[in-house]
Ligand binder design. Structure first.
Ligand code: AMP
Length: 474
């Protein structure tokens, strides 16, 4: 079977052939760490987590690299507002970023690389660009001369007259208004590093190419980010790296995720329409959020709404119900397979094939999910008629369901965990009833609930804010 990936550069789905045998090098643009990550970030990072899982599932040896932008205008501005050190601020939000990624089960990244820990690599790239005549110095910094790179605009498919509309870095002494910054000369109060051009700090685009060159080389397989990064960020990366190395293409497959939208607008910190990942996780389990995100293809925009997440929760429960009922079937003490068991095994094979074909077709997660629902339907049909099941069939069928689910990062809960969750929810419900009784000063009922819970081993502790509970035995 052939894996196909949509390439933003050619605007076509192309057969995936890594540059070196079985090894795949993937670079995804990481966050600028000056605030909490929101569901828009989750959209992009869950997408690449699933892509990485699928590549590994298919047997590729994947090196997944992500940069952390820990020095940037936005970080400096936020630090000024909060009157804290910019690097300290960046470290704090970087820590929260990892917490959020962990909570969402995003665990496929091999290397996180901070910009500020790669200053020598960044300076080396800029120096080589200056030496080769692709970059020049002004009073404000070092700039890339886009006049020297005829391919500028090839990724975003823009003609020179369209490119001329974009003005970046307002230095009137630049050769072209579109020339972008590689090194920004020091301004008072800003973090800075020594360089051949005096103290200063790196531009945004060169951070990524310097980090990628160090770990992946001058040419690699896949580069990713959301669609807003196509221009100018990824365009600039190509200009820098291809000028520097003289090798084309810098990246074989350019991939971009569709935005998470709120009423038609990108969810963004600057627009103030965002829901942070940690807020969302207070309301919904991580698997529900993942399910919501992967039920749309990674390249399509996703409309955020609470109703859609609730719907995702219900759909996920449908899969869990099928899985749990099947896992709960009594095991038959016989070796032979009944006709319906053979058919059930065939259904599992079919689901696996459909799932794989969908994922091989540019990581089509909604279609892959439909294969899981089809299998769930067949499992329900089987369970509704069967008294018992051959244990091998039980293990194979549920194994397929769980293995495919794990590619999407769902169906991880084991039956015991579900029971625990249910227990927690029931106790919370009882505590709410007790709380309601206390609010209307029905102390008799409140005390009765406390005593009854005590009898079954659950201890309560009333604090000013809430009632805590715990098992006495633990
Ligand atoms: P930032 O921290 O803003 O640099 O963003 C980090 C990554 O998240 C980049 O790839 C962005 O393009 C992506 N991103 C930001 N907002 C959204 C959104 N609403 N939907 C999808 N991806 C987003």
């Amino acid at each position: 079977m052939v894996l196909k990936i949509y390439n933003t550069m050619t605007r076509k789905k192309e057969e995936f052939k890594p540059l070196t045998n079985n090894r795949v090098y993937l670079f995804v643009c990481g966050p600028t760490v000056y605030d909490y990550s929101h569901l828009g970030h989750a959209r992009t990072y869950v997408s690449y987590d699933v892509i990485a899982r699928w590549l590994r599932h298919r047997g590729y040896s994947l090196l997944f690299l992500m940069n952390i932008t820990d020095i940037d205008d936005k970080i400096i501005k936020r630090a000024e507002e909060k009157k804290v050190d910019p690097i300290k601020l960046a470290r704090e939000y970087e820590k929260y970023f990892y917490e959020d990624m962990n909570a969402l089960g995003i665990d496929t990244v091999n290397i996180y690389a901070r910009a500020t820990e790669h200053i020598p690599e960044i300076i080396s790239q800029i120096r080589r660009l200056v030496d080769k005549g692709y970059a020049y110095e002004t009073d404000t910094g070092i700039y890339f001369d886009i006049g020297k790179f005829p391919g500028y605009g090839k990724l975003s498919h823009q003609k020179p007259e369209e490119l001329r509309k974009h003005r970046v870095e307002p230095d009137p002494t630049k050769k072209n208004p579109q020339d972008f910054s590689l090194w920004k000369k020091h301004k008072p109060g800003e973090p800075s590093w020594d360089s051949p051009w005096g103290r200063g700090r790196p531009g945004w685009h060169v951070e990524d190419t310097a980090i990628a060159e160090r770990y992946l080389g001058q040419q690699y397989d896949i580069h990713g980010g959301a669609v807003d990064l196509i221009f100018p960020h990824h365009e600039a990366e190509i200009a820098q790296m291809e000028s520097l190395s003289g090798k084309k293409p810098m990246v074989k497959y350019w991939t971009h995720t569709g935005f998470l939208l709120v009423r038609g607008e990108k969810m963004a910190k600057s627009l103030g329409n965002f829901v942070t990942i940690r807020e969302a996780l207070k309301k919904w389990p991580p698997e529900t959020l993942r399910f919501f995100l992967v039920s749309t293809h990674y390249r399509s925009p996703v409309d955020y709404s609470e109703e859609k997440i609730e719907q995702a929760q219900k759909s996920l429960e449908t899969l869990y119900n099928a899985l749990n009922t099947f896992e709960g079937l009594k095991e038959a003490e016989r070796d032979n397979l009944l006709k319906k068991e053979k058919e059930m095994l065939e259904e599992a094979v079919k689901a696996e094939k459909k799932f794989s074909e969908a994922m091989d077709d540019d990581f089509n997660t909604p279609l892959a999910l439909s294969a899981l629902f089809e299998l769930a339907r067949k499992m329900n049909l089987f369970s509704s008629k069967a008294e018992e099941v051959n244990p091998v069939v039980k293990r194979r069928v549920t194994g397929v369901m769980r293995r495919l689910g794990s590619v999407l990062g769902i169906l991880k809960r084991k039956p015991l965990e579900i029971e625990k969750e249910l227990t927690d929810q029931l106790i919370e419900l009882i505590l709410e009833l007790r709380d309601r009784a206390r609010k209307i000063k029905d102390w008799g009922t409140a005390d009765w609930i406390r005593d009854k819970l005590g009898e079954i081993g659950i201890e309560l502790e009333d604090t000013e804010k809430e009632t805590k509970w715990r098992f006495k035995r633990i």
